[in-house]
Unconditional design. Structure first.
Length: 366
């Protein structure tokens, strides 16, 4: 379902980008087009939250020092607070070493923001929010809320508030999508479900403890990344080389006609020669012409018949020098095994903008 939504959003936002290219800021329709673009982005964010709960969004994990993340985030968190609500950070046991984890930094920050905002809203008369981080070792499994945290080294992030607390009948449902105790218009009910999904997708656990009138405690257990664990090398910066008219040939393979129409127009506007195919089988037929020179394959992943990785692997047997871009509304890790077997392949998540697409293609010519 999320894949279908992402295809629709790619077509909507993409064609909106094409229209914006022809309308300056003084055009009478510019404001309307900008509203369409902004709301497409909001819809994409909403789909991302649903994917977070289902643990199928694309994450980019890196080795993080949680104390450093919180230090960088403190200014934003304080700006989110209201008068009479204070924030305190605590890092007991820091002399034993840093609290290191592997997680997507942006998503971890989103989890912390959501927890702090919920704590703030639970203290209409003011109070204290405490974020505590500590490294700990579980010598035996920890059983809580029908989940078992296996033995091992962990980084514990504990967010505590002195607010109104959560009723027992609601505490069981707080991580469910769209469940909220806030009034209509004050929340989507996706904040905690998204936090749950991000933590679980990162290999961690999240638990909540609360009593009415006594505040709430959220505890996040992330597997520790040992100090000797080598951080993966950052991806190289894309080269910003300009491709001249006619210098690049792209074979675009996408079964969704609206997405294919937007992508082909966007690439042609940037000076590429674009060959189109609606399926993997059709792409292989196009490539039977040995005189045809193709620089980049841009392919959807999930298609009827031959999927993206399947037809690309066949095509690369005769054209091993061609670069590959896979695009999909599914998370990148759903493609990871297939992508690893395809040389020169990069991933472009849907929905993407005109600039996202053209920049990704252009980087393949660097």
């Amino acid at each position: 379902m999320a894949h279908d939504f992402n295809n629709l959003l790619t077509a909507i936002s993409g064609h909106c980008d094409l229209l914006l290219l022809r309308h300056g800021r003084d055009a009478p329709d510019f404001a309307d087009l900008e509203q369409i673009r902004q709301n497409s982005n909001r819809a994409a964010a909403l789909v991302g939250q649903l994917l977070a709960f289902s643990r199928k969004q694309t994450l980019k994990p890196e080795r993080l020092d949680v104390e450093d993340v919180l230090g960088d985030l403190t200014h934003l968190l304080n700006r989110l607070l209201v008068e009479k609500v204070d924030l305190r950070l605590s890092h007991p046991g820091r002399e034993a070493g840093p609290c290191l984890i592997r997680a997507d930094r942006r998503q971890l920050e989103q989890v912390l923001v959501n927890l702090v905002v919920n704590a703030r809203d639970a203290m209409p008369e003011g109070g204290l929010i405490t974020i505590e981080t500590t490294a700990l070792t579980l010598t035996e499994g920890l059983e809580r809320d029908r989940a078992t945290v296996p033995p091992g080294d962990y980084c514990l992030i504990r967010v505590t508030d002195s607010g109104i607390g959560i009723a027992p009948e609601n505490l069981r449902k707080i991580f469910e999508p769209f469940f909220t105790t806030k009034r209509p218009g004050e929340g989507t009910g996706l904040g905690l479900s998204m936090a749950y999904g991000i933590v679980k997708q990162s290999g961690g656990f999240i638990f909540a403890t609360s009593e009415p009138g006594k505040g709430s405690i959220f505890e996040l257990y992330f597997p520790a990344a040992g100090p000797d664990m080598a951080a993966p090398a950052p991806p190289p910066e894309p080269r910003r080389t300009l491709v001249r008219q006619g210098d690049g040939v792209v074979l675009l393979v996408e079964d969704e006609a609206p997405v294919r129409a937007f992508a082909s127009r966007a690439l042609r506007l940037r000076g590429y020669t674009v060959l189109e195919a609606a399926s993997g089988e059709e792409a292989l037929e196009v490539l039977q012409d040995q005189s045809l020179e193709v620089d980049v394959f841009v392919s959807d992943v999930v298609m009827p018949g031959l999927d993206g990785p399947a037809w690309v692997r066949q095509a690369l047997q005769d054209r091993p020098e061609v670069r590959v871009i896979f695009m999909s509304g599914y998370a990148e890790d759903a493609l990871a095994e297939d992508q690893a077997r395809v040389p020169n392949a990069v991933f472009l998540p849907k929905p993407f903008s005109l600039n996202d697409l053209t920049a990704t293609v252009q980087a393949q010519f660097g």
